[in-house]
Design a protein around this ligand. Structure first.
Ligand SMILES: NC(=O)c1ccc[n+]([C@@H]2O[C@H](COP(=O)([O-])OP(=O)(O)OC[C@H]3O[C@@H](n4cnc5c(N)ncnc54)[C@H](O)[C@@H]3O)[C@@H](O)[C@H]2O)c1
Length: 378
């Protein structure tokens, strides 16, 4: 989009911009002062307040002599819109016209593994149908650069750990399968029009932590499905329990509990900037594609796994809370070890997740103590 000084901001649409990962991706985009963010979110699992906090963070990062363009980059064009409603999504694209949106970071989805087995059709509709609508509308408006939020769950129970991207995709839940299907749909589209489209799927491992300001963080509606926010809410007293139910301690891992690869959400967000750069016309990232289609998938992880009990101990140290735990039976769909092989993303995108577990716990706890009830705290 042109500014009054003739500089250009790349207009990027972020779906799910108010959510946990989306808000940190929006932060990373705004910090560069090179992007103009458009957010689509229906706030099913998030709060619009995240976007006003993001504008606050972006404004506080402006120099006193900031240009008009830099000032424009702090304002988010936010639309309350459901991606399963194509007329509403098309109306957003119409506001900017053909070619008006440089690229899309498609983050919005439902993500609860257990729930997805109970209501699979709803999950496929929200995650897959919505993605197909979005791709159709992007095509209509000549918006042909996409970064897609995939997940380590696409690997199901992987035969080899750390997990390389060449692993055959075979998810164990409707949620995971919705990601496998979306990746396939995107890849097929890239094959059908290789000169027109470019896309990158980012397979996230376990994002954790929050922006160090404590202004944005993870605040799911209802009980957190992920371990770290659950422990943080227990420690702050939002969840009035002190005993963690641990699902199984007889897995083939060092202490028998499940192992996951945690990375700081800001490291993860930085990976999206690298992916967007790789979609630019002058990028060489796709030069070594085996086919003419310009499509790649990358693991975003640290390559270091931590067990449930190790996470519990790390949070005990950070919060000082006296957690108890209780071993109960294995949970359907749980996988012993999801640890990434992150070498491809490092080699081709220059991605490296630097922050360690202590930093992730510290930043999570900072967010939780400043916002005991999340975005509804004040
Ligand atoms: N958090 C994780 O551990 C994790 C791990 C791997 C992959 N992922 C993927 O990352 C993405 C973001 O996850 P998150 O943790 O930030 O979740 P989140 O629930 O905090 O964010 C998702 C956002 O998308 C919005 N949304 C969902 N459906 C929508 C729809 N139909 N229309 C408009 N908005 C909609 C929600 O309101 C929310 O703001 C998801 O695609 C998820 O599958 C997350």
């Amino acid at each position: 989009m042109p500014s009054t000084e003739g500089h250009y901001l790349r207009r990027v649409l972020v779906t799910g911009g108010a959510g946990y990962i989306g808000s940190h991706v929006v932060f990373a985009l705004q910090r560069t002062q090179r992007y103009k963010v458009v957010s689509i979110d229906n706030y099913h699992n998030s709060y619009p307040k995240a976007l006003s906090r993001l504008e606050e963070i972006a404004r506080s990062g402006l120099r006193a002599d900031a240009t008009e363009t830099e000032k424009q980059s702090t304002v988010i064009d936010a639309y309350e819109c459901d991606l399963t409603n194509p007329a509403d999504v098309r109306a957003v694209f119409e506001k900017y016209g053909k070619g008006g949106i440089w690229g899309v970071v498609h983050i919005a989805a439902w993500k609860a593994v257990g729930e997805s087995s109970e209501i699979p059709l709803t999950y496929y509709h929200n995650n897959v149908t919505a993605t197909i609508y979005l791709l159709q509308i992007m095509s209509e408006f000549d918006c042909t650069r996409l970064v897609y939020s995939s997940s380590a769950t696409v690997y199901g129970t992987p035969p080899l750990v750390p997990i390389p991207e060449t692993t055959r995709l075979k998810a164990d839940s409707p949620y995971g399968q919705s990601k496998v299907v979306c990746e396939a749909v995107i890849q097929d589209l890239m094959h059908s029009e290789p000169k027109r489209w470019r896309a990158i799927s980012l397979r996230y491992f376990n994002p954790a932590g929050a922006h160090p300001s404590g202004l944005i963080g993870e605040d799911p509606r209802g009980r957190p499905g992920n371990l770290l926010p659950l422990l943080a809410q227990m420690a702050i007293g939002r969840i009035k329990e002190s005993t963690l139910q641990v699902f199984g301690n007889d897995y083939p891992t060092p202490d028998g509990t499940c192992v996951r690869d945690y990375l700081h959400v800001l490291d993860l967000a930085a990976g999206h900037l690298l992916a967007l750069d790789a979609l630019a016309p002058d990028s060489t990232t796709f030069d070594n594609c085996p086919t003419p289609a310009r499509y790649k998938a990358y693991n975003l992880g640290r390559g270091q796994g931590f067990s449930v009990l190790q996470i519990l101990e790390a949070m005990r140290t950070t919060t000082g809370f006296d957690y108890k735990y209780n071993i109960i039976g294995r949970r359907r769909g749980d996988v012993p070890d999801l640890t990434a092989d992150p070498t491809l993303a490092e080699k081709e995108l220059g991605f490296r997740a630097k922050a360690d577990l202590t930093t992730m716990c510290r930043d999570l706890w900072n967010w939780q103590t400043r916002n005991p009830n999340g975005y509804s705290s004040d």
